[in-house]
Ligand binder design. Structure first.
Ligand code: ATP
Length: 489
């Protein structure tokens, strides 16, 4: 990361904390690694992002319904899904620094370094060696690769490594009162399985016809070997997933449709399209016949925000086998029974939140010839802004606060509104800019006479005088989620 992008990323983290978006978990006890709490504005923003996703997926598509499955699932679920045996990362410790790393990532960083140094042949060979070792699950080979390429610990600078060990990313806990009779259960590492095990329930009770989808928003947990980059890689996070069930043979057509639909959804939030790209998976998971990531250019490079996977009939077939219950669909159009194929779209809500912060945070220089000035603004799309408008009486006397409260009370039925009477009006504008409030409504003496106020627009900083009765319409037009959704249909 260059110094400039490093600083920008640090700014995002400190801004998120300073203004009540994201706090380290249990901070008074010095925090818990890779776990975060969303504060008063963060939870509003998160709720707005969830509503945007849910409405775009469930409300706009008559063949998609949403569920809310439990975090705990029968332990056999994770046998069937392959997570008990296969959801592992190879890890290695440096004995001097006591730091833990993912062995594959250490090697990938070396490949990047070879590429940067123009040693492309060496990079290609190392990539091949890495792929071969991973495919063969050969942990000893990973260790020798690390030694052969003189990979040192970035902290201690030494090559004093432990053996490479497999590390399962699922958190396990006990269900039941008695330790002896208790059953080991897992905190779900993805929300998808809650959808698969409910396939028949939803299909039958909802009288769903293929193609149809089941959507879900919920927490997922992964004991990531190394968790860093703020809310990018957390141990407790939230996913928004769609499993779309299709007739076998039509999955790639649907996969391409979903790729397009999902990218459009991201772009409607107003980001620069150059910040997004598709990244096709070259090496596919054993159950997938196509997979792509939607990547966003974070300050630390392009990284996955959403995965779109054509998962074949793998999951339903596995659950059929392990549960010994027939999981099939009778397609009346072609008079055939089959296990539907699945196209999945899976987005991390926290990563989305980070893209939104990175996209929105700007520092603007407002200096004039006589005065140095600047402001920090979160230029959120108004439909997802946590606070839609602030009502500000110009002074604390002469009946202005009462008038301001009256306006606030009528607007708060529809919108999240803040009231602020402390400090100069300029300072109050800056505070609202910093939390991304699209409108500031200022109540002055004239307001008492003719029932008008000034409304200040966050991005242009322009102010206009409008009648109080018009406020609802002016704000509504800009902050409406409906208008954002219209861009998708
Ligand atoms: P990565 O390669 O970055 O570990 P992944 O391929 O394991 O991600 P998926 O299993 O496809 O991720 O999960 C779907 C989405 O869930 C990802 O696109 C990401 O947005 C989100 N996600 C996955 N792991 C985490 C995490 N530890 N913290 C926050 N979000 C995550």
């Amino acid at each position: 990361m260059s110094k400039q992008t490093d600083d920008f990323f640090k700014n995002i983290i400190s801004h998120a904390k300073e203004y009540g978006f994201v706090f380290p978990s249990s901070e008074i006890y010095d925090g818990l690694s890779a776990v975060y709490d969303y504060g008063q504005l963060g939870s509003e923003l998160k709720n707005n992002l969830k509503a945007y996703w849910w409405k775009a997926m469930v409300q706009l598509n008559e063949n998609i319904v949403g569920i809310d499955a439990a975090i705990f699932m029968h332990p056999t679920t994770w046998k069937a899904s392959g997570h008990v045996d296969g959801f592992n990362d190879p890890m290695i410790d440096n004995k001097d620094s006591k730091k833990r790393y993912r062995a594959d990532q250490l090697i990938e960083e070396k490949i990047d370094r070879y590429e940067k140094d123009g040693k492309t042949d060496k990079a290609a060979q190392l990539q091949k060696d890495l792929d071969d070792a991973l495919n063969a699950d050969d942990l000893a080979r990973l260790k020798t690769i690390i030694e052969e390429h003189n990979i040192v610990c970035p902290v201690s600078g030494t090559k004093n490594w432990t053996e490479v060990r497999q590390f399962n990313l699922m958190f396990a806990t006990q269900m039941g009162a008695m330790a002896d009779g208790a059953e080991q259960v897992y905190l779900r590492p993805e929300t998808a399985q809650g959808i698969f095990v409910n396939f028949l329930n939803v299909q039958k009770t909802g009288r769903m016809k293929v193609p149809f989808g089941i959507a879900q928003i919920g927490k997922a947990f992964r004991n990531e070997v190394i968790a860093r980059q703020f809310i990018m890689r957390m141990r407790e996070f939230e996913q928004m997933e769609l499993q779309f069930f299709v007739r076998p043979g039509s999955e790639l057509e649907w996969y391409n449709r979903w790729k397009e639909t999902r990218l459009k959804w991201h772009l409607a939030l107003g980001a620069d399209p150059a910040k997004y790209r598709f990244h096709d998976h070259v090496k596919l998971a054993h159950y997938a016949n196509a997979a792509v990531d939607i990547e966003y250019e974070f300050p630390f490079g392009f990284k996955e925000v959403e995965g779109i996977h054509s998962r074949t009939d793998f999951d339903l077939k596995q659950h059929q086998e392990y549960s010994k219950k027939k999981i099939q669909y009778f397609d009346t159009e072609i008079n055939q029974n089959y296990i539907p194929y699945v196209v999945e779209t899976s987005i991390g809500l926290d990563r989305l939140f980070l893209t939104v912060l990175a996209n929105s945070l700007v520092q603007e220089d407002l200096s004039t010839e006589d005065k140095q000035d600047s402001r920090v603004v979160l230029k959120f799309h108004p439909a997802i802004a946590p606070v839609k408008a602030a009502v500000l009486p110009l002074t604390k006397k002469d009946g202005l606060p009462e008038k301001a409260r009256e306006i606030m009370n009528s607007l708060k039925l529809d919108y999240n509104i803040q009231y602020d009477e402390k400090d100069s009006i300029g300072k109050r504008y800056r505070r609202q800019d910093a939390i991304g409030t699209p409108f500031c409504i200022t109540v002055d003496h004239q307001s008492l006479e003719d029932n008008t106020v000034t409304i200040r627009h966050r991005d242009s900083m322009e102010q206009e005088r409008v009648a109080v009765d018009q406020l609802g319409t002016i704000i509504g037009n800009r902050v409406s989620l409906t208008n954002l959704l219209k861009e998708l249909v």
